[in-house]
Design a protein around this ligand. Structure first.
Ligand SMILES: [Zn+2]
Length: 461
């Protein structure tokens, strides 16, 4: 049965236009003004935007961090994602040390396959360098996993500069895209030890021991290595004014750099760590929430088109039962926030409803740029004939209040509790199937693995 979505305003980075959209099977089969009904199921979308299904470039939907498992898993996290418009997630597949990339891929497939309610792929993490990874990276790319993740912080995850350089050469050979968590891990360790040695163990010391300059330094070093390897690269969850300045300078020198950030760095600040008792633990994530001056710089960067993608870094742990692992030591608080559900409503409200960015810019950072950057365009990231029918019918008048009581994320708190939103998803289509309506899932477990192409930015370079 065909579906004809009538009267909605289709938005891409290039503009917006009121167009009917016809869906046949999993694909958009036609677009135009006053398309014939021709036996289709008609959906009235007047007054609504038709956005391409959102792509979350950064999730940890199901992860054991070495101490405990995330509150969400692929089943619950993907429901929360797709119900609010995210039809594709790029999850961080993270192997154990000494293990092959293939064994990690098998583990992630076992978690996602048949369980995910949104489409998915993975950034394959390289937490060390093994010479065998040259062939393993080729094998991953052949299977449609064309992006990779590395860390400059966390002792159990971080690679040396030389390891990063070796990885870059191998990634370049397959035209892949690398993203790195940029913080100077050695100096974070030193600062954490200094504070703990002095008996300073509360959540409020989390941001103090991960200051802005440690992100900026790591970004600078990363971009130096990337220049040496001549590889366009991505910076994940960029959070500071200083790091954005480093990016700006590199771009002025002609270096190709992509920037991802997340809603929490635009909407929350580090004063939350000083909340009474242990409540600051709710906001422990790395990089930490920053200061209002950083939020202002990120907004300016977003408005100016300096930020390419918005992910969430969704990685949630319950406040009552899991965050207390760090009750007496802030460095042991499981790090991460819930967020895969709320990205669209939050960024639309604070960005588009407020008038700071246009609907076209919103679509760029929520979907279209990611599709280009991560080898999914034009299958994903755009509403056009021939593309997957991943469509969000978005009502700009829809009002909501974010609350842990009503959220679909399987977590006992929300970092955005009480936020009032304007603009929300009325219906969500995943490859032609209506999977959500009014913010609730109506058809589960429809997600499929997305085999991705080489990144067009590294391929055409
Ligand atoms: Zn992350």
């Amino acid at each position: 049965m065909s579906i004809l979505i009538q009267g909605g305003t289709v938005v891409s980075t290039k503009g917006q236009r009121q167009l009917d959209v016809r869906i046949d099977g999993e694909k958009i089969s036609a677009m135009g003004v006053n398309l014939p009904v021709d036996g289709a199921n008609v959906v009235d979308a007047k007054g609504c935007y038709l956005f391409p299904g959102f792509i979350d470039t950064h999730t940890h939907l199901e992860l054991n961090n070495g101490m405990t498992d995330t509150a969400d898993n692929f089943t619950t996290g993907s429901i929360a994602a797709v119900a609010k418009g995210t039809t594709t997630v790029l999850d961080m597949a993270t192997p154990d040390r000494g293990h092959s990339l293939q064994s990690c891929l098998d583990a992630w497939d076992a978690m996602a396959k048949g369980k995910s309610s949104c489409d998915y792929s993975y950034h394959m993490s390289l937490i060390e360098w093994q010479p065998g990874f040259v062939d393993e990276i080729k094998a991953m790319a052949a299977k449609g996993i064309t992006s990779f993740k590395m860390y400059m912080a966390y002792d159990n995850l971080r690679a040396s500069d030389a390891d990063i350089y070796e990885a870059m050469k191998a990634i370049k050979a397959v035209h892949g895209m690398l993203g790195i968590h940029c913080e100077n891990g050695d100096l974070v360790n030193a600062l954490q030890k200094q504070y703990l040695d002095n008996g300073l163990n509360a959540p409020k010391y989390h941001p103090i021991t991960r200051p802005n300059i440690l992100e900026a330094e790591a970004v600078s070093r990363y971009l130096t290595i990337a220049a040496l390897a001549d590889l366009p690269v991505n910076i994940v969850h960029l959070s500071t004014k200083e790091a954005l300045e480093v990016v700006r300078a590199a771009r002025q020198r002609g270096q190709k750099v992509f920037v991802e950030s997340c809603p929490q760095y635009f909407l929350l600040d580090d004063s939350l760590y000083a909340l009474p008792g242990f409540e600051g633990a709710k906001y422990v994530c790395s990089p930490p929430l920053r200061q209002p001056a950083d939020e202002a710089a990120l907004w300016e960067g977003l408005e100016a088109g300096e930020i390419d993608t918005m992910g969430t870094d969704h990685c949630d742990f319950n406040y009552e039962t899991q965050k207390p692992l760090g009750k007496d030591d802030f460095t042991k608080i499981p790090g991460g926030l819930p967020g895969v559900e709320t990205r669209g409503e939050l960024l639309y409200t604070a960005g588009v409803t407020s008038g700071r960015i246009s609907p076209e810019q919103f679509v760029g950072v929520m979907a279209e740029h990611a599709a280009h950057q991560f080898g999914m365009y034009p299958q994903k990231g755009i509403v056009q004939t021939g593309s997957d029918a991943d469509i969000v019918i978005w009502d700009p008048a829809e009002k909501n209040v974010i609350s842990s009581q009503t959220q679909l994320q399987n977590c006992d708190y929300s970092a955005f509790e009480g936020f009032q939103t304007q603009g929300g998803p009325r219906e969500v289509y995943l490859r032609g199937t209506k999977v959500a309506a009014s913010g609730q899932i109506i058809k589960e477990k429809q997600g499929k693995f997305v085999a991705r192409q080489a990144s067009e930015y590294t391929f055409n370079k």
